[in-house]
Design a protein around this ligand. Structure first.
Ligand code: CP
Length: 337
């Protein structure tokens, strides 16, 4: 794939070599994401960071990544504060915003909306999540995390055994993750969800066509035995037509210290795209696992910076120029965890 000038809309665009290229660049950018060095390679560039749905990680890490490359960020943080609320079309919004920005990240509640927006945009658009469809940058940072965590135990993504837990029907992070895992060899996925929240058939068909081994169960204890990674997800309440229906599924699949200790191999890594729903009735990933060194959720969120920096550098074609304007930082912050 030619990253330069491309929209990044779906993991469908990626081959394994593209993923590896991005990861190699992300690794080389870690001195910047770790705040040891700064660069001005995107000095003067403007990111339009357009979020028409709530976000903490994706919005802030895309913005911070652009700042760390020396660029500036302009934001919309809710549909109600934009002229979409006055009836302006997505196409007109794209025409206008792409006149003000060099690249745009868009999150929107409707499936396919980011692709539609990109068709009227004059600059590259990155999908920050479109409804329950896809969240490609999340899948990239998830796989980057999986690789790093597995390497601690001398394992690789080829041969990975992973359990995906929770709302596999509406979870866009899971949909993109399944696609990216299908690029690797001998992957085994255990799908753990209530019957009504099973992974959509189009996704299971894709995985089967790529020789991914699938097992499905509604039983958490059974599903998390003999896996390298447990990837827990939240019930996506915002996607249910009737919010009361979502309540039925909250708290059904809840991973805690007792269940982990009784069923998991030592070193089984725990991931979650976050946010986790920590309210008592949901609590899909209990805080009693906080001291477990295999809990990778905050390392996973941190990895979003170098992955998103790498995406910007490749799409804007500056990946070979980062060092030219690089220098050591003047400040020092200790991050213990
Ligand atoms: N993982 C993720 O997309 O988090 P936010 O909704 O906070 O961006």
């Amino acid at each position: 794939m030619d990253f330069s000038g491309s929209h990044i809309l779906s993991i469908d665009q990626f081959e394994r070599s593209d993923v590896e290229k991005l990861f190699s660049l992300a690794e080389s950018l870690e001195p910047y994401s770790n705040k040891e060095k700064i660069t001005k390679v995107l000095d003067g560039a403007i990111l339009g960071n357009m979020f028409f749905e709530p976000s903490t990680r994706t919005r802030i890490s895309f913005g911070a990544s652009f700042n760390l490359l020396g660029g500036s960020v302009r934001e919309i943080t809710e549909a109600g504060s934009s002229s979409l609320a006055k009836g302006e079309s997505l196409a007109d919004t794209a025409q206008v915003l792409s006149g003000y920005s060099d690249i745009i990240v868009l999150r929107h509640p409707d499936e396919g909306s980011v692709r539609k927006f990109s068709e009227s945009s004059r600059v590259p658009v990155i999908n920050g999540g479109d409804g329950s469809n896809e969240h490609p940058s999340q899948a990239l940072l998830d796989l980057y995390t999986i690789k790093k965590e597995l390497s601690q135990n001398s394992k690789t993504v080829d041969g990975l055994k992973i359990a995906l837990v929770g709302d596999l029907k509406f979870g866009r992070a899971v949909h993109s993750l399944c696609k990216i895992l299908s690029l690797y060899d001998n992957v085994k996925i255990k799908l753990i969800s209530p019957e009504e929240l099973r992974l959509p058939e189009k996704d299971t068909q894709l995985l089967q066509s790529k020789n991914v081994t699938l097992e499905e169960t509604e039983n958490l204890e059974e599903g998390i035995k003999d896996v390298d990674i447990i990837y827990v997800t939240r019930v996506q309440e915002e996607r249910f037509k009737n919010k009361d229906d979502a309540k039925k599924y909250k708290g059904l699949l809840s991973l805690n210290k007792e269940i982990y200790t009784a069923n998991c191999e030592p070193n089984t890594v725990i991931m979650h795209p976050l946010p986790r729903d920590s309210r008592k009735h949901a609590n899909e990933l209990d805080s009693d696992l906080y001291e477990n060194p295999n809990l990778a959720i905050f390392r996973q969120a941190d990895n979003g910076i170098s992955i998103r920096m790498a995406l910007f550098a490749l799409v804007l074609g500056v990946e070979d120029q980062v060092e030219k304007t690089s220098r050591a930082v003047n400040w020092h912050v200790t991050r213990d965890h």
